[in-house]
Design a protein around this ligand. Sequence first.
Ligand code: HEM
Length: 548
Amino acid sequence: MASNTSVLSIVGGATFALLVTVSLVLAYTYLTTLFKYELDVRKHPDHGSKIQVAQHPPLVPYAIPGLGSTISFSNQNIGVFWRWLRTQAERYQQDAFSIMLSGTRTHFIFSEAGISAAFRSRQLSRARLDQQLGTNVLGMSKADSLKAFPYDIDEKEKSTTARIHSEHLLTPNAVNSLTSKFMEVFLQRLDSDRSLDKGVEIDLYDWLWQNIFRSSTTALCGAKLLEMHPDFDKDYQTWEDGMLGMLFGTPRLFASESYAARDSAVSKLEKWLEAGYASSTGNQEDLDWEPNFGAKVVRKRHAFYKQQGLSVHAQAGFDLIFLAGILSNATPATGWLLLHILSPTSDPKFHPTIMNELRSCQRPDGSVDISVLTRLPLLNSAFHEILRLYVDLLVVRQVDSSVAIGHHYVKQGEQVMAPSWMTHRNPAFFADPEVFDPERFLKRDEETGKLGYSATGLGGKYFPFGGGHYMCPGRTFAKQEVLGSVAVLLLNFDIEFVEFAKRDGKQPVGIDKDATGFPGLKKGYAGNQVVGIEGDMRVRIKRKNHIR
Ligand code: HEM
């Protein structure tokens, strides 16, 4: 009995000692980082002054060594972390901060000059993050991931993905061919839906998502993929929801559904690739589109995979992330734009003015002239306003060698991040930044007096497609797809607002501040690119013209 008591008191004593040690370590870490922070924010408080020597941005204090500020950064209520950082920036007059993220000092740069400098820098690259994406998010082996995303930035420039994209995704021919395939499939889907003749009530975004998912996937990857795997959308959606968690290294135990969806999506793509390779005649190289592998850009990427000696499993992962460019960005952007146009909470002039513009690009046979469509001033302005408001992009770069980015000194091995939320919603750059203002990017031409769309002078302030070497190569196609879908729907259907709908009976998070019921921002980690839509709009939709 006596010896049991002494064992217990030894264990109790050891636990107590451990608790005291942990508390001391946490307190010591917090106080030393706080002290340094308070010194640093006072040392260079005014970025307007002529600072000669580049300085490390002040490091936000934290308590847990190793983990740093990872927990507050991982807040999944979109915008909360950025609002907090903005408060700090205003309080201390700073245009950059560092935070410790899982052991890596990460610099958040949000000044116009700093962001432009980051995009120009040759010392910043993305290979390490891409490789992490390869292994964690796409299920590649480490060896495949190294081959898929080579380290050397010059190698990459010579290497084929950047060149393939500039030749087969960005040129007017490539964009027009992708757009016309997308429009063809989208129109066929709408045409064959007989419920639209008499009119039907739908949850607009759910309905739109399915139609765009199938049309975009077919335009990019061919018809065979969805013929073989009609349920690919389910894996894709679950994978998409868990993508950033996997990227940041959430263990499988805590995200089993996301990892299972990743494995299932990759396995379906693998089967599709194997079937395509088996039936390929080899003479489809120059077709703009063919049913097995889809668009030319996809086939050119496949030639690159082969040249790199990538396994079919890794090739499938590469295809998955390529699809994400369009499915996880262009689709919610279309959703947000339509929701704002049709919402009774929008300016009553907005919808009729957009309709007037759209009629001007409709040909006598009812089809849409894409080249006229993409020049419509208000539609263009509204599209860019959607990207300003709903893109939560983290431009992430690793520091390959120590360098000054503007007046910020960053060291080899650290990371730089440029958060779009901080500049897109900076009141110094955009008046009333939280408000959706479809006319924000309209400017009057002094000579002609005409209103036109303009985004000049916004470098470093507005960058929904990133910038520099890695700037989104799908940006022109994305715009045509979004505007094309909106035009087809609004010109050919009567769409009447019924009510705002709450998805699965859940209250949307981030519901707009006037509590009108307008859909809110879907929860997720920072760096989503176009933020998902939580909630929906119930509408009555009825075909008005025969679509061709
Ligand atoms: C509204 C729609 C879209 C947005 C907001 C968007 C945004 C972005 C951003 C921010 C990047 C990273 C840039 C950087 O790190 O600096 C990116 C990369 C990329 N995007 Fe997009 N994107 C969109 C649509 C598309 C589409 C439609 C495609 C293809 C069909 C596409 C293909 C790609 C590819 C392949 C990359 C990787 C480029 C590289 O690593 O060199 N994107 N996109």
